[in-house]
Design a protein around this ligand. Sequence first.
Ligand SMILES: Cc1ncc(COP(=O)(O)O)c(C=O)c1O
Length: 442
Amino acid sequence: MIEIQNKNTAIDYEIVREKIIASGLKTVGKASIRELVRLVNEIESATGKKYVRMEMGVPGLTPPEVGTNAEIEALKMGVAAKYPMIDGVAHLKDEIALFVKNFLNIEVSREGCIPTVGSMQGGFAAFLMASKLDKKKDTVLFIDPGFPVQKQQLDVLDLKYETFDVYKYRGEALKDKLESYVAKGNISTILYSNPNNPSWICFTDTELKIIADIANKYDIIVVEDLAYFAMDFRKDYSKPGQAPYQPTVANYTDNWLMLISSSKSFSYAGQRVGMMVISNHLFKRQYSTLEEKFGKAEYGYNMIYKVLYALSSGVTHSAQYGLAAMLKAVNNGSYDFVAEIKEYGERAQIMKQLFTNNGFSIVYDKDEDQPLADGFYFTFSYKDMSGIELLERLIYYGISAISLAITGSERIEGLRACVSQTQRSQFEDLEQRLRLFNQHHS
Ligand SMILES: Cc1ncc(COP(=O)(O)O)c(C=O)c1O
């Protein structure tokens, strides 16, 4: 445990210490997100003090009424009694295809638009399929930093992965770095999130084209994880059918599968309904390995009727109606989903300023030559303190976050902050706590 010199901390020193010991965590700074949630819950209830909670990426906004009302109506219609079609209810498939056209400017057939139990299930299914296509290609490559649970999924599946931190390989430098991994011929899939959890970097079109060229050259499937769809607020991606569009690798390759989550962009995390969108090319692609195993060769058919069938036999019926209603409203322009979630960007801008005013630095701070967007997450460090030490010390000051070390980042000095649970009414507390921390560590 870390020795705290000045015990006059923002939260009662003795109680925090006692709770850390009771948690059984050897190193608080290395704890998983859920372990930190538990520890902070314990301290909050023992001290009665509210933390500035930045450890977990949960939406902090209310879900759109158009979604919840459609779900209620669907339940009243009796959909709960019926098994949903595995490939999704018909009108949802239509709305997903229209959404992809309206907000990404990409044409995709409705058959490749499939609801999943969150993007989490979509990723799991994509990994599972990838492992069955070509025996030589047995490894997933993550462009990190990334979402730790995706690696956990590969561990659960007993599949291999490689990873590198993109921090030093932005722009043209990405090409040689990617080549150095894929040239071995063992990579089936490249996965990244854009905007990125945890760093909030957004790939430029130069970088997306580099990824696409590599995918074409080495016949790799790009899984583009759009968990934070349209949340790069530097550009206005809110108008259906109008540029600018959410950037995507699909502009440069046909080897893609997208995961579009409703959790953050539509504040719909609790309903566990996301979208898997498979390119027309990949959907129709024939694999002899699939034919041997399942009797049919087509990628899309096997994704739906073998993998997704085996995993959950479709997605909660009413949740599909809710998602379809929200998509219909954004597609016809009657609901501006981006206007709702812009609040995250505004909070991030203020919170980043509070940190930098008090001796902290932003770790991932640029997209090539452009300053990073303000959004759901930001990364920070304090002088030359390691992230592990910083995280534990901040707990004594009523601030929680997670270490970048658990996200595949090499920036071990850094922590990730999620802005969604910090209300504006807490900014004053945050400022005071950061100031006190800085005074105690200067
Ligand atoms: C990068 C990334 N991918 C996927 C997910 C999972 O999304 P869902 O809630 O749709 O399963 C998250 C959730 O935090 C995420 O950050």
